[in-house]
Ligand binder design. Structure first.
Ligand code: GLU
Length: 318
């Protein structure tokens, strides 16, 4: 094992893992293990309302059951407030932060353009409030904190990177997302900031995760630049859909690992089904995670990623 490649699992313990979460975890693990790299486990439990310790236990048990092991962690984001505060301080020192008093309703005003992940592009409403105005509003409600992105015509605000699966990406931050949150008004640290700080401090070199986070990468790369961190390599993997076309969700109990474990013989069948979606196994083949290591290649995954990855319900496996 060496430190050239360090991958990570970064689950949010908001429910039992579903097949799509397992698929992302499997790809992250195969990416690291096939390069003889290390895996870090980080529990993303920043939001106390969306996390619970029982889910964390189940998550770790499910990963072990699947044969997806890790070398370091679990780290808990809920216990790392200090490192996030230091990063916020470093951004503040550069004059990049400002308080934002906008309500959810104001942010989602019908006219606001939306980024591809559904968050409204921030219009800059609170960007240039005077100190008096900030004091007046802060007496009425606690603000969130935003980081300024460079204007659209400044090259520093155009983020380009190559995703190992989805290829060349380009985002103009001012146009595609605007100034974004690093801390919420209830003081919870924003995902974008925590993930960047953690990936950097944990030495993560490869970020492998679901395609729903592809559009977050530009924001994260921007934060890496301003905080002086290295940029990891990104690989986003397709989201799985149920046979009726719906994206898998933690609410669908019949697609989660608990259901698979209760109704099936072992992890190999599930892993085989997931690997077959991206050409790493034959349809119907049962295979262990270890056996997939030597078959793994991003070229093969990429060639299959363009088609819809349908995950059939366990009840219909036959
Ligand atoms: N915690 C996120 C999730 O469970 C993943 C974050 C990441 O991989 O960057 O969806």
């Amino acid at each position: 094992m060496d430190d050239t490649v360090v991958g990570r699992f970064a689950p949010t313990p908001s429910g039992r893992m579903h097949a799509g979460n397992v698929f992302s975890a499997l790809m992250a693990w195969l990416d690291a293990r096939s390069a003889n790299g290390r895996m870090v486990l980080r529990i993303e439990d920043l939001d106390p309302r969306a996390s619970n310790p029982r889910n964390t236990e189940l998550l770790m048990d499910d990963l072990r059951w699947l044969g997806l092991d890790w070398d370091e962690g679990p780290y808990f984001q809920s216990r790392r407030q200090e490192v996030y505060r230091e990063a916020i301080h470093a951004l503040d020192e550069q004059g990049l932060l400002y308080p934002c008093f906008c309500t959810r309703a104001e942010l989602h005003a019908a006219s606001a353009p939306h980024a591809s992940d559904g968050t409204p592009v921030y219009a800059g409403t609170c960007r240039d409030l005077s100190a008096d105005e900030v004091a007046r509003r802060a007496a009425l409600r606690a603000p969130a904190t935003r980081v300024r992105v460079p204007p659209a015509d400044d090259p520093a605000g155009t983020i380009e990177f190559c995703d190992l699966v989805y290829g060349d990406q380009r985002e103009v931050l001012a146009r595609d997302c605007g100034d974004f949150l690093v801390q919420r008004s209830d003081a919870v640290i924003a995902y974008q900031l925590a993930v960047v700080v953690d990936d950097a401090l944990m030495g993560v070199t490869h970020v492998v995760r679901g395609q729903d986070l592809l559009s977050s990468s530009a924001r994260q790369i921007y934060l890496q630049h301003v905080l002086g961190y290295e940029n990891p390599t990104y690989a986003h993997v397709p989201l799985l859909v149920a046979s009726d076309g719906r994206r898998l969700s933690k609410r669908d109990r019949d697609l989660d690992v608990g259901y698979v474990r209760a109704h099936d013989n072992g992890p190999q069948r599930l892993l085989g089904r997931l690997a077959a979606l991206v050409g790493l196994a034959q349809v119907g083949e049962s295979v262990s995670a270890d056996a997939l290591v030597e078959r793994f290649s991003w070229d093969v995954v990429r060639a299959h990623a363009a088609k819809t990855c349908i995950f059939t319900k366990v009840a219909d496996w036959g």
